[in-house]
Design a protein around this ligand. Structure first.
Ligand SMILES: *[C@@H]1O[C@H](CO)[C@@H](O)[C@H](O)[C@H]1NC(C)=O
Ligand SMILES: *[C@@H]1O[C@H](CO)[C@@H](O)[C@H](O)[C@H]1NC(C)=O
Ligand SMILES: *[C@@H]1O[C@H](CO)[C@@H](O)[C@H](O)[C@H]1NC(C)=O
Length: 297
């Protein structure tokens, strides 16, 4: 790990001076700290990911949006509440509005009420009349998005993203549970690929996993100590096609190896360190076990 730290310092210290020349928009600081650098004659992106903040172990220090999709919310109540209350934009998507109301019903009545959604979007074929009435207030705006060519999820992203950008932020945490519906999991992963952009980080947060895309470049992912100690699972999944990667900090590292479906896909991996580094030439899915300790291993 020593050599990694040294390398990291080299990567970070020098390029900061060049940052403005290379990518003026990189002044937007999100959950990942993006460093753009010139390495060995090629442009190379370095990202740092602070997973503690996304799972409620450390409070968020940047602006972000929360989105609720149409699945039961199974992440721990306190984490969901904390993330929702501190978000700068809150949005429920169609049937996700019913799920959010369900979540609110499960809260202790003596607690201070949670903030209302800023937006409720979708074609409204799944939102109930009761939910519509429940969120009828001065804050919440209902935005009808009938275009059947896109999913309610991607349409909601199109609404939230420009507002988030205007606040100098690019992080969106999506409550989506992965229970049962394989097609929805795939649809959501497709949304990550479709909407990926240097100005957008989408995190899928469920009751047992946290998932996002690693773009081409070098990534340092900071893993909470508990997850390393408990040897929770993590994975590198080349959903978008073949990628060549090198990793450190995993139990099963890959050195300049190729991941592809039909070839090697790194699932059920785990940690050898609190910092995982991944260098990749293409975009791939990173997914890691969090919260509940019973339904995997
Ligand atoms: C949906 O896709 C069809 C076929 O590509 C196109 O004709 C139609 O205009 C699209 N609808 C919207 C609302 O974009
Ligand atoms: C990675 O593997 C490729 C193909 O096997 C090889 O050409 C290349 O030199 C390797 N790079 C490093 C840094 O080992
Ligand atoms: C990454 O490199 C491998 C081997 O050179 C290549 O087959 C693959 O297409 C590359 N992937 C991307 C996304 O550039």
């Amino acid at each position: 790990m020593k050599s990694f730290k040294q390398r990291k310092q080299l990567l970070i210290k020098k390029p900061l001076l060049l940052l403005w020349l290379i990518q003026p928009s990189a002044h937007i600081v999100g959950m990942d700290k993006l460093f753009t650098t010139l390495g060995e004659g090629t442009r190379r992106n370095c990202y740092e990911w602070e997973t503690q903040r996304l799972i409620g172990l450390k409070s968020m220090d940047t602006k972000y949006a929360c989105l609720v999709l149409n699945r039961e919310i199974r992440a721990p109540q306190n984490v969901v509440k904390e993330l929702w209350q501190n978000a700068n934009i809150r949005c429920t998507v169609d049937g996700g509005t019913n799920r959010w109301r369900q979540f609110l019903k499960g809260l202790n009545e003596c607690e201070t009420p949670l903030r209302p959604p800023d937006f409720i979007t979708g074609d409204f074929d799944s939102m109930s009349e009761e939910s519509r009435a429940y969120f009828c207030n001065e804050v919440t705006k209902f935005i009808h998005t009938p275009d059947q060519n896109a999913t309610d999820f991607t349409k909601a992203l199109d609404i939230v993203r420009p507002l988030l950008l205007a606040q100098n932020s690019r992080d969106i945490i999506v409550f989506h549970d992965t229970s049962g519906r394989f097609d929805q999991i795939m649809g959501n992963i497709n949304a990550l690929y479709k909407k990926q952009n240097a100005m957008l980080n989408l995190y899928l947060l469920s009751g047992s996993s946290l998932t996002w895309l690693l773009r081409p470049g070098k990534h340092s992912i900071f893993i909470p100590q508990d997850l390393v100690k408990e040897q929770r699972w993590c994975s590198l999944i080349p959903m978008g096609g073949e990628v060549t990667i090198s990793t450190t900090g995993l139990k099963w590292n890959i050195e300049n190896g190729t991941l592809s479906f039909g070839g090697l896909v790194s699932t059920s991996n785990t940690y050898s360190s609190c910092t995982v580094t991944v260098e990749t030439n293409g975009t791939l899915v990173w997914s890691m076990g969090i919260f509940s300790f019973s339904d995997d291993d």
